[in-house]
Design a protein around this ligand. Structure first.
Ligand code: MG
Length: 307
């Protein structure tokens, strides 16, 4: 394996622990604990931290404090040096996010109609109509947009998804005006051979410099899948510190790939991330103690006693 061609640029980690991670933990933390976690993450060298989501509090009570959290964040000295994208499902969430000082939003859809029907009560096509409304406002307001594609490899209701559908939805997102589209293995079923096949199809239709990969470690394949993506030239990866979060479709299963595991991989290949692995582990230690669980990250487990 030779990654010399990637050594000129930095591999970017999009830290999703405070949103994707905490949203999938059963415990709802206090605002103070969430801010304490983000304060620690902000010291690690990360340049993008997904902060929260502006969703209905009755649907996702873990994120009910989004306006208060974002206001506090906007007062921090590091606020202008780091991007803090927030998830918005529709115009109502968008308006709330903007009123709270959000500068970057994440929009989301999926490749599976069965998934969007259960998750956001509409088809994939209809979800794009909703997102177009938000995107046109965001463009006028000068707000940056990131896109998320769920069920890229497999759907909990419809099974395996096709590479062509993934490429089609990714193209649609880029046309919407997102600067980056994150390809999500929502249920953690992808394996390296599938990732190789899907990215091979994807790279014929979209520019891979606008693609991020978002793997879940449900079946232990996330790090291997990231390596295959890297071999194809993907240089942006979503991860959550300590492997925070779970999988709503597999009770007790692990969620997002751990930031520590990815950093260990990338640094071992001589690649730069600008992120301090020990500082990430300290942030994980803090938040895991608040959530009351141990980390599924193998790297974290190996250094936990020495933190
Ligand atoms: Mg995730």
């Amino acid at each position: 394996m030779n990654f010399d061609h990637l050594k000129k640029r930095e591999i970017k980690i999009v830290e999703v622990g405070p949103r994707d991670g905490l949203q999938n933990e059963k415990v709802t933390l206090s605002l103070e604990d969430k801010l304490g976690y983000i304060d620690l993450l902000a010291k690690t060298g990360l340049k993008t931290i997904e902060a929260t989501s502006f969703v209905r509090a009755d649907r996702i009570p873990q994120m009910a404090d989004a306006p208060a959290l974002f206001f506090e964040l906007s007062q921090r000295s590091y606020f202008d040096k780091i991007s803090f994208p927030c998830l918005v499902p529709n115009l109502v969430g968008y308006e709330q996010a903007i009123a709270s000082g959000v500068k970057e939003i994440s929009l989301f859809s999926a490749t599976s109609d069965a998934f969007t029907a259960k998750n956001i009560n509409c088809s994939v096509d209809e979800s794009f109509k909703r997102m177009e409304e938000v995107a046109s406002k965001a463009k006028k307001d000068g707000i940056k947009m990131r896109g998320y594609i769920s069920t890229a490899f497999g759907c909990p209701y419809a099974g395996e998804m096709s590479a062509e559908k993934l490429a089609e939805v990714a193209e649609r997102f880029l046309k919407l005006g997102v600067y980056e589209v994150s390809i999500g293995d929502t249920i953690g079923v992808a394996v390296p051979s599938q990732v190789h096949k899907y990215i091979s199809v994807l790279k014929d239709r979209v520019n891979l410099s606008k693609v991020a990969m978002h793997f879940h470690d449900t079946r232990g394949m996330a790090v291997a899948n990231c390596l295959v993506s890297l071999q194809h030239g993907v240089t942006v990866f979503d991860a959550s510190s300590g492997g925070l979060g779970g999988c709503p479709y597999a009770k007790g299963a692990t969620g997002n790939v751990a930031t520590e595991d990815l950093l260990y991989l990338f640094h071992s290949l001589g690649l730069k991330t600008g992120v301090d692995i020990e500082a990430i582990a300290k942030a994980s230690q803090f938040i895991l103690s608040k959530v009351g669980k141990s980390s599924p990250s193998k790297y974290y487990q190996s250094i936990e006693k020495n933190l």
